[in-house]
Design a protein around this ligand. Structure first.
Ligand code: ATP
Ligand code: MG
Length: 320
């Protein structure tokens, strides 16, 4: 077990109020797993990540990293962890890109020569080579985010924790970061926990997701299982000739979860089926009304919709 969290609780107290942000969080992550942390704004993801990175202390509960207890005043467990936190707060703005890398790796005992050999190819890869001697405060937000990720990756720890790593990145940088993380995850058996609202990233990188809602983990499930659970099949039918009024009327009235949609190639019939057998019933009806099908296309499952659905359902009912 690489990360183990048991009954984590955290509240924020001010004079008048007390907000229970994390009520009772328990989970484990095995070595080499890439796990997504999902939940709506304010669900408690960043708070949990800050606790796991030893930046704030939980009120209750225990955390073990690499079987070492994470204790606020003790550096042993945190040595296994590197992180990229929200909002570019990971870097010194008055130092250059290279100086930042040298500083953060230096305090973990990595020598300058070794840093240079690793850093330059990485900077080239992320189109940051020209910026290596630029002050971080003069970089764009996306560039700063990329530098923060480079620093975390170069620390080369067993555990990598990322809080919304692609937030604010352009399309190209977004793809670069995801592909790079994918490579790391595959080749280096790193244990990665990643919070994101970017479902493409979650879909590409994670094998399992934890979903937080209202300070509790409401779902801890493999991505495959979640997708199977929501695997409703959508089909698009195209026809040989325009439908008659009668045929259109019949189709519109006979099926739920269906629609006739006007497209550039003429009218198509879209239907979502929850059981495979229903497909034959649709074909029967077409036959009965002499509707000639030209082509059938399977609509893609929309991953974003699946995860949004899960979050919405757990919010409404507490379970999927
Ligand atoms: N330092 C703080 N003092 C008081 N309340 C806080 C503090 N930090 C966070 N909170 C509250 O804790 C709750 C959870 O915040 P958190 O940042 O962990 O959410 P999140 O899941 O990361 O959301 P997002 O998706 O928007 O990043 C929010 O209600 C927030 O207002
Ligand atoms: Mg957050």
């Amino acid at each position: 077990m690489m990360i183990k969290a048991k009954n984590i609780q955290k509240s924020y107290k001010s004079k008048q109020t007390k907000v229970d942000v994390l009520r009772d969080i328990s989970f484990s992550i095995n070595k080499g797993e890439v796990v997504g942390l999902l939940g709506s704004n304010g669900a408690g993801k960043t708070t949990l990540i800050k606790i796991l990175c030893n930046l704030i202390e939980a009120d209750e509960g225990e955390i073990f990293i690499h079987d070492t207890p994470l204790i606020h005043s003790d550096k042993r467990a945190i040595k296994y962890v590197s992180s990229v936190l929200e909002g570019n707060r990971n870097l010194y703005w008055r130092l250059t890109v290279k100086e930042n890398v040298e500083y953060f790796l230096g305090i973990r005992g990595v020598g300058k020569k070794k840093i240079e050999n690793k850093l330059l190819p990485l900077l080239r890869r992320f189109n940051l080579y020209e910026k290596k001697d630029e002050l971080v405060k003069n970089l764009s937000r996306g560039m700063q985010q990329k530098v923060a990720i480079i620093v975390a990756l170069m620390l080369d720890t067993e555990v990598l924790i990322l809080d919304e790593p692609t937030l604010g990145l352009d399309v190209q940088s977004n793809i670069e970061i995801i592909d790079f993380l994918l490579e790391i995850a595959k080749s280096e058996s790193k244990t990665i926990l990643i919070s994101s609202h970017d479902m493409k990233l979650i879909e590409k990188l994670c094998s399992r997701v934890l979903i937080i809602n209202d300070g509790e983990i409401v779902t801890d499930e493999s991505v495959n299982v979640l997708l199977r659970l929501f695997d409703v099949k959508s089909y698009i039918f195209r026809f040989n000739e325009p439908l008659s009024e009668q045929q259109r009327f019949n189709l519109a009235n006979l099926f739920d979860n269906s629609s006739l949609v006007e497209t550039a190639e003429g009218e198509v019939f879209k239907i979502t089926l929850t059981r495979n057998e229903d497909f034959y019933e649709v074909m029967e009806i077409f036959k009965k009304f002499h509707i000639l099908v030209d082509s059938i296309e399977r609509d893609q499952i929309d991953f974003e919709k699946v995860f949004l659905d899960i979050i919405r359902r757990t919010k409404d009912h507490g379970v999927i």
